[in-house]
Structures are given as C-alpha cells and as structure tokens.
Design a binder for this molecule. Sequence first.
Ligand code: PEP
Ligand code: MN
Length: 332
Amino acid sequence: MILQLKNTVSAEQANQLAVENQAFCIRMDGEILLITGSNVKEVPSSIEHHVDKFWVFANDIQLASKAFNSNKRRISLSNVTIGGDTKNTLLIGGPCSVESEDQIRSSAELLVGLGLTTLRGGCYKPRTSPYSFQGMGLDGLKLLAKMREEFGLNVITEARDATHIAEIIEYTDVIQVGAKAMYDQGILRACAKTSKPVLIKRGFGTTLQEFVQAAEFVLSGGNENVILCERGLRTFETGTRFTLDLCGVAWLQEYTNLPIILDPSHAMGYAYGVPVLARACVAMGIDGLLIEAHPTPKTAKSDASQQLDYQQFTELLNSLRPVAESVGYKIV
Ligand code: PEP
Ligand code: MN
C-alpha cells in the first residue's frame, strides 16, 4: 500500500510513522509517501488521521505501477530527456567493453559525428568464464569520464557487484545494473541512495514481476529515476543467443510507468540480426535502444560476434529515423 500523508505531518513524524508501520518513507513531488508491502490492504487505524490518500495493490509492483501514477517517468540527462511525454528514443552506442583510450575515443567521435548523445562501455565485465577479459576497471571508468569531458557525452557503464558501486556512481551518468546483477541487493540499495538514473537489465530467467520488483528496490529507497531494459531471455532456442521478449515489453508499457530501453545486441548475439531487430524494437515506441559497436568487431575483447562496425552502426541509425517517426518518436 502507498499512503500519502497530510501536509501537516512533519518529516520527523513521517519517519517515526514509517518505523512503526515497517514502511519506506520517501518524498515525491513535495508529498511524503509511506510504502508498505502490498499485503497491507487497509489503512492502519493508528495512522488513519495522518493519511490524505492511499492506493491498494494486488502485488508488490507499486511505485512503478500505472495504477499509482499513469504518467511515464521523465529521465533527464545533461543534454537529453527521455520518458514523460518526450517521445524520444535514446540511441545508446559504444563497445561492449572499454578496451583502450583510442578505441573509446573512436566510439565517442562516431557518436558525436552522428549527433548522438550517449556513450556506453563496460569496465567491470560480468563474464561467464574467469579466464575471459574482465574489463579495465577503474582505468576504464576514468577513460569514460575523460570522453564525457572532451565530447560532452553522457556515459553509461555497468556495476558488476557492490564492491565498486561507489566508483561507478561517481564516474557515470547512468548506472547500468546488468542482467546477472539485477538480484544484487547491495547494488540496488546503493542505487536507491543516489539520484542518478539507473538502468536495470532484465535477467535472462527473470519474470516480469521479479524484474519490476528490482526496480521497486531502487524506487522505494528514494531514487525516482529508474529505466528498464529488456535484453533477451534464455529459451530452448540455440540458433540465437537469447530471445528478445517483445510481449514482455508490451506488458511493461501497459502496466508500468517506467521508461523502457531495448537491447537487441545481447538478445540476438550476432551482428547480422541486430539491425532488423532494432527496427522492430523502435516500431514499438520505446524510450531507448542499446546497440554495441566496435571499430573492429572481430578483435573485440568481449561480445565480438554481435558488435556492429561503424559503417553498419551509421546505416542502422539512418534506417531507424523513419521507423521512429512512423510511430511519433524521434531518435536522439
Ligand atoms: C552488457 O550490457 O554488456 C552486458 C553484459 O549485458 P547483460 O547484462 O544484458 O548480459
Ligand atoms: Mn556486451
């Protein structure tokens, strides 16, 4: 249940009420909200007189639900906004991993040359094998920060675990929580304490309910800036790396107020399928698209088979613009 308190209740009093009712207390648009589990269906009689409005829910998708707030959340980065009524589809480009200064600078130059705003590169890579490239760590983060300085780009990078979350929060504009890390509550709770946007990727065996509940960890801790990212599920199929759940995207659009970004690169796993899939994604009217691109994909230290080269990335962007326009969106 979400309870909106009367404006006669002080912040101190609200915190006390939260403790007494095992609730989260957050401030949103000038109002103080208490959030309990969805098992609470009636306003506790002890606080009835402090409550202005309340919402009852069938399950723990509460702050993220359209039933609470039907307006899609607006997420503002330094020079671009998505969500709300912007109808912007943010094309996020960059390599799977930051590998060197030359490589990440070439990505930054590509994006700026194409009029794009947001660069992504992994520095702490959640690899399936300990013998694979694990990322450049803090040195990679500093390179991303340098690209932000030089090119005025927003940067996004992933937190693999809670040990380096503070560094990620310091250096990045959007914190990516990866498909394998979305259950890591150390990361989610740390993300709740900042106001930086958090992009949560859906685990490949995660139900929609579990996915949105991961977002609730961040929202209920006070960070309103959460974006969801669908990146493919593991199914019986082995011909493609994963199976992009577009039905799930339609469900999230219907029932949640969170902006949604799609990642056809990791879903497909092969560069040949990324452009067609990307166009299908954009045709759904989405808030963003995450596409991996590398100056020489064959030599990439991670996800070599799915990264586009720069010519393919440029052609993809050109082909996406009319698709976005056809559904009233704009690629930014
Ligand atoms: C990535 O975005 O580079 C990545 C590792 O993706 P995922 O968490 O979706 O596997
Ligand atoms: Mn990758």
